[in-house]
Ligand binder design. Structure first.
Ligand SMILES: C[S@@+](CC[C@H](N)C(=O)[O-])C[C@H]1O[C@@H](n2cnc3c(N)ncnc32)[C@H](O)[C@@H]1O
Length: 198
């Protein structure tokens, strides 16, 4: 299992953002939506072995889990994904069931990382980390990424405390959704050559 845990530091958690203003009223929900698309979508299908956990913190913290093997009615465009996020935040608030493959909770960053560490090894994707090409990555893995901002020093301390290893994707600073594409590519190549985890 491959999991991407993306922190949306300013991402709207009330579900009252406008789909035509994801960067503004959404609190950079554009980055979050593009990250989901990059993590889960192949050309004609969803990646069934991938999960995305979105830790949204531009309000009372909420964590949305999107499970590739279970998700339905999800399309790769930013607006559709942001709409699904909004719908599920609102359903959670109203005490209604989420749409298939999406689970909303009130977990904050610490709780989400601790929960992810129960069934996977945690890797912190960070410029300057150990090159992903030479890193030992096997078994269930969670890759933690910032949004337009890196993790705060407090968040870094939390991931370090649970033993996360820093992994780098080259010297250039990428957008979150670009970093996910590169990580998926590198991990796919390792898997195809039989040297790494899915
Ligand atoms: C836009 S970057 C965050 C801000 C960026 N560090 C800067 O100085 O502008 C978004 C996230 O993508 C990941 N990332 C970007 N480039 C990376 C790289 N070369 N190696 C590993 N992770 C990277 C990190 O998790 C980072 O927090």
């Amino acid at each position: 299992m491959r999991r991407f845990l993306v922190v949306g530091h300013g991402a709207n958690t009330d579900g009252d953002f406008r789909l035509d203003d994801l960067p503004g009223t959404g609190g950079r929900m554009d980055i979050i939506a593009m990250s989901v698309s990059s993590a889960l979508f192949l050309s004609h299908e969803l990646r069934k072995e991938v999960e995305v956990w979105l830790v949204l913190m531009g309000g009372a913290p909420h964590t949305l889990k999107i499970i590739g093997s279970e998700a339905r009615y999800l399309f790769p465009d930013e607006r559709n994904i942001a709409g699904m996020i909004r719908t599920n935040l609102l359903r959670h608030r109203e005490g209604k069931r989420e749409t298939p493959g999406i689970y909303v909770s009130d977990m904050d960053f610490r709780e989400a990382v601790e929960s992810a560490s129960e069934d996977s090894e945690i890797f912190y994707l960070k410029e300057g980390g150990k090159d992903i090409r030479s890193a030992n990555i096997s078994g269930n893995s969670t890759f933690v990424l910032g949004d337009n901002k890196d993790l705060t020093p407090e968040e870094e301390e939390m991931v370090e405390k649970i033993g996360a290893r820093k992994i780098g994707l080259g010297k250039k600073s990428l957008h979150t959704y670009q970093a996910i594409v590169v990580a998926n590519y590198e991990l796919d190549r390792r898997e195809e050559s039989g040297t790494g985890a899915p």
